[in-house]
Design a binder for this molecule. Structure first.
Ligand code: HAM
Length: 435
């Protein structure tokens, strides 16, 4: 018996998106702001393959990402391959690979799509695009100051105001220091507590406290006090005297003070900010929407001075971040900051009479040579329907092309928004479209 074939599903794979033209328009808008702002700071674009050897992530990413979230497979040659879940190991590999030929400091950016096997939910999908901005070769706080300023400028370029977002800043050094010297945890205990802090926002408060108590016993209360504080002085008072510099507090103070001086007002010191990746070594930061509807971070990044040693290379100081397309889209949508759709096509030419098709083609080709984006509608539709079709595609102008136009060389350019019409010769059309 011949079995009837089941119909294929038109849905995309779970957790990824199709971009129909209106969505692609938004995506391109998000990318265009990314490029414009980072290039205004002198950053150069790089790229790499989506595929990486799995071992790249085993060494120093995060347990959660490697064990639970990677898309990994064995290729036909028996190699273990992973679809990149982030770009930082790739860029570190690339910098290590050519470090002798590259001139430092590097200011690099890329816009990769990355894959993580997460539970799809608001702000979290299985494929997203990230703007990655990284600076290599500067060990002092100048990287932090430039890159966090750039992150703030990105938000402003989308039309965000200070009160719309919050820049949370912490330091891995501070937390490591406090866990070791104030709460007297050994390395294993400190890493358990770090992981717990990293999961804090995903848990009920009571459950978090219960697990903290299990690890910290009688020190839990003062631990929670430090963790929930937004005040640097609370953290400083937990330290013994003269330990501010050793603990990384000095770096946070410098970053907060200098950025505030530059007019960045929405900085918040956040001791509970851990960042999931193992490679961070100093200042870390995340940007959050202040609207509680969007709970996921918009950006995340930090200093990672030791990643290049994985490739047997001398370390190079590095600081950078990634900003996701899904979360910024939610942010812009919530605040009505998304641009409305507009077509890249400047004019539609509505053909009347198939006998004029070749001449109409010549006409549209001359316009294209002049740099005009033009669609030739040679369908069987009536001319009125062709005009409606152009309007539906949001093409702003229409020229009807028939026997009369082919003979006279005079063209009526109609503005579909205002209804205004002007009659001009071929070489004047471009200037009418620009007006
Ligand atoms: P991350 O915090 O994992 O950092 O990701 C950066 C941003 O990507 C997040 O703040 C969020 O906007 C977006 N993002 C992450 N996962 C998802 C997801 N499943 N769905 C949608 N958006 C998501 C990194 O990836 C580091 N490699 C950043 C970095 C660059 N550090 C130094 N340089």
């Amino acid at each position: 018996m011949i079995q009837k074939k089941a119909k294929l599903d038109t849905e995309s794979y779970k957790g990824v998106r199709d971009f129909y033209p209106p969505e692609m328009f938004i995506q391109n808008y998000i990318f265009s702001v990314w490029r414009r702002v980072v290039e205004s700071y002198g950053y150069e674009e790089y790229g790499a393959s989506i595929l990486e050897p799995t071992e790249l992530y085993k060494a120093k990413t995060s347990d959660e990402i490697v064990q639970e979230q990677t898309y990994s497979f064995t290729d036909r040659g028996g190699r273990d391959v992973t679809l990149r879940p982030e770009m930082t190991p790739t860029v570190a590999r690339m910098v290590a690979g050519k470090r002798r030929e590259l001139t430092f400091p590097l200011r690099w950016y890329s816009i990769p799509n990355v894959f993580r096997y997460e539970k799809p939910q608001r702000g979290r999908l299985r494929e997203h695009w990230q703007l990655n901005v990284d600076m290599f070769g500067i060990a002092d706080m100048k990287s932090e100051l430039e890159v966090i300023s750039l992150a703030s400028a990105l938000m402003k370029s989308y039309g965000a105001k200070d009160e719309d977002f919050e820049i949370r800043v912490n330091s891995r050094k501070v937390m490591n220091y406090i866990l070791k010297n104030v709460f007297e945890l050994d390395q294993e205990g400190a890493s358990k507590v770090s992981r717990l802090i990293d999961r804090k926002d995903k848990m009920e408060a009571g459950e978090f406290e219960r697990q903290a108590e299990h690890l910290l016993e009688e020190k839990t209360e003062s631990f929670l006090h430090v963790l929930n504080s937004k005040d640097l002085d609370v953290v400083i008072s937990a330290l013994k005297s003269n330990e501010e510099e050793k603990s990384g507090i000095g770096e946070i103070k410098e970053v907060l003070l200098k950025l505030e001086k530059k007019g960045i007002k929405n900085l918040v010191f956040s001791p509970a900010l851990m960042r999931g990746f193992d490679y961070y070594t100093g200042i870390v930061f995340e940007i959050f929407d202040t609207n509680p509807q969007n709970r996921r971070a918009l950006f995340g990044g930090g200093r990672y001075d030791n990643l290049l040693s994985l490739f047997g290379e001398e370390n190079i100081p590095a600081f950078g971040f990634a900003m996701g397309d899904v979360t910024i889209r939610d942010f812009l949508e919530t605040r009505n900051l998304l641009p409305s759709f507009s077509s890249k096509t400047q004019v539609a030419v509505a053909l009347i009479g198939d006998e004029n098709f070749e001449k109409a083609q010549e006409f549209t080709e001359s316009l294209r040579k002049d740099g005009v984006n033009v669609l030739l509608d040679s369908s069987d539709k009536k001319v009125g329907d062709k005009i409606k079709f152009a309007d539906k595609l949001k093409i702003p102008y229409v020229i009807v092309y028939g026997e009369e136009e082919s003979k006279s060389g005079q063209y009526k350019v109609k503005n579909l928004k205002t209804g205004e019409e002007v009659v001009v010769e071929l070489d004047k059309i471009k200037s009418v479209l620009k007006a």
